[in-house]
Write a protein of this length. Sequence first.
Length: 277
Amino acid sequence: MEHPAVCPSCGTSLTPDARFCPGCGKQVNATPPIPPPLPGTPPQLSIQPPQTVKPTAIPSTIQPPAAIPASPSILPPTIKPPAGIPASPSILPPTIQPPAGISAAPSILPPTIQPPASIPATPGIPLSSERVLCVIGMVTMRTGMFSSDLYHMVVTDRRLIFARQTKEMQSADVNQARERAKQAGKGFFGQVGAQMSTRSGDKYLSVAPNLILTENSQNFSIDLNQVTKIATYHADFEDNSPDTMEVITPGQKYKFNIQNAYNVERELKQFLGQKVK
């Protein structure tokens, strides 16, 4: 509505911005002016309703896959290095060589100490091919008026070894012989015969000479090249004296009582020849 130029009630002229008549005081019916927009007020936008969007059809040239193909193997059958890069060497090469300029590590054992090819002999007992030829059992050496020591004389191809036989050793030999005979099914007489066989000293026939010598601290030996004569003497039946044997060397004479001079002489001559008289 436009603002009237005069008051409709009294006809008084009105100013353009008058809201009441200055003549009659009545309100002038006029549309108030639209105030200008405040600073910073955003302009009003017209909102249009959205248009209906029709779905786009999938072109006939694009088809969904019939099935998802299987993924290729993560690790191919063979993995080859790129061209120009050589294959990695084996982690452990056949032979490990020291770097240039560094000599190979020396042997743990110096040249003068070599590992033995076989188990060494007991210290102080050198290995040899010495052989036991025979054993003369029950050889007694007098040590005093009423005392003596009992030995088995072991004859080898190099020396005479005198193996001391203590009472404990004799008792052990007898018990072992009787037990072996018993296990073999022998009776009383068979066991007694086995017991008597221990007097021969045959237990040393299969023992290494070096081990025989070290069996007892009282054992000793005489090298054959030092023996000049072995003499046997038969006892006189009238005075009941025993048979004896003398082993003579350039510096000493060893005298023993023996069991049977005839048998001892025959057996020693078989191996020692002219040394036995």
